[in-house]
Design a protein around this ligand. Structure first.
Ligand code: ATP
Length: 330
């Protein structure tokens, strides 16, 4: 490997820039040529890439988003598209690829490596945290902290009125932002896609709390939570509010959807650190011939998960967390 490309793909997350910086500077330190590829896999197919220098990543470690931009590239799902991509990589002599993204992006990388023998390394970049083989993913800590700051403000108002406040946080398939921000703000309920909580259970716990004179009620809902999994169209905070209002006439409910503020902003210290560490080890891994793996951190050690496993498996939520939610909200 002497010429590598780096790209960001899927949803952006704070810390991607810090990872790009680490890949570029480590690559150049070891005498590699490093190419920045624009807009994920689209940039390979359209041959939109440029050679990077140490200076092209100056002053970006503290910035959210990604200077390489990101995209969802439909063409890459087809072998035809990937053939075109391979031809462009070959033309430029790029013989290693660092892909910063989520499991969809790793699936693309896995196919490219399997079909055309391009060595690929994945760096987990998603605010959802649900990737297998790593305790950290770029952007999760920042997103959870943004959610905590916002929910703290909402709690002040909730404390002044006897109302039910429902806050929706990001997480279409994963409840980690809901779980972490909910515990950190002392929420009464945390509703996540992974846990089957029914509306009946919420109602009975609300009336239980009323008996105990607990008046402030803060419910954190991940956007992908479904009150009734057999009806996947009904999900998120607005639906929870609608169902509760139908059942508990006269209850005043306020819904806040935090939305995209959770994706933006300067990465937290932790996200900058893990991005720097993973970016460095991604290049080391290519140089050591450890290909087609996702770089992760487990128990503070680097951990390399084959892409095909990283794609297939999901991180399991520790069961103690669910007890912690129940006991500490009482
Ligand atoms: P996020 O966590 O933000 O959803 P992701 O990496 O999982 O990130 P996706 O939109 O699933 O996001 O994938 C990003 C890109 O990776 C796709 O637009 C496509 O170019 C490529 N990709 C995803 N799945 C495949 C696949 N099965 N085959 C080939 N390429 C894929």
């Amino acid at each position: 490997v002497n010429k590598i490309g780096v790209l960001t793909s899927g949803g952006d997350s704070p810390g991607m820039n810090a990872a790009i910086r680490a890949v570029v500077r480590t690559g150049i330190y070891y005498g590699l040529e490093v190419f920045g590829i624009m807009r994920g896999y689209s940039g390979i197919i359209e041959d939109d890439m440029f050679q990077m220098s140490s200076r092209s990543v100056a002053n970006i470690i503290q910035r959210g988003g990604t200077i390489l931009k990101t995209a969802r590239c439909k063409e890459f799902y087809n072998e035809e598209g990937r053939k075109k991509a391979f031809a462009n990589l070959q033309k430029r002599g790029i013989n290693g690829l660092v892909v910063i993204g989520g499991d969809g992006s790793f699936t693309g990388a896995y196919k490219l490596s399997k079909e055309f023998g391009i060595p690929c390394i994945g760096i987990p970049g998603t605010i959802d945290k649900d990737l297998y083989g790593t305790d950290f993913t770029l952007g999760f800590d920042t997103a959870a902290n943004t959610a905590v700051q916002s929910i703290d403000k909402i709690r002040d108002t909730a404390d002044s009125h006897d109302r039910l406040f429902i806050v929706e946080v990001m997480g279409r398939h994963a409840g980690y932002i809901a779980l972490h921000s909910g515990i950190a703000t002392g929420a009464e309920h945390i509703l996540m896609p992974e846990v089957n909580t029914t509306i009946e259970e919420i109602i009975s716990s609300l009336s239980e709390q009323e008996k105990r004179k607990k008046l402030v009620n803060l419910v954190i809902v991940a956007e992908g939570y479904m009150p009734d999994p057999s009806n996947p169209k009904i999900k998120g905070a607005n639906e929870v509010a609608r169902l509760l209002e139908e059942r508990l006439k006269g209850l005043e409910i306020r819904v806040t959807i935090l939305g995209h503020i959770q994706r933006g902003g300067p990465p937290s210290c932790i996200d900058r650190l893990i991005a720097s560490r993973m970016g460095y080890h991604a290049v080391e891994s290519l140089l050591e011939g450890r290909y087609n793996v996702m770089v992760g951190i487990l128990n503070n050690n680097m951990h390399y998960t084959p892409l095909e496993i990283a794609i297939r498996e999901k991180q399991k939520m520790g069961e103690d967390w669910l007890d912690i939610v129940k006991i500490l909200a009482s």
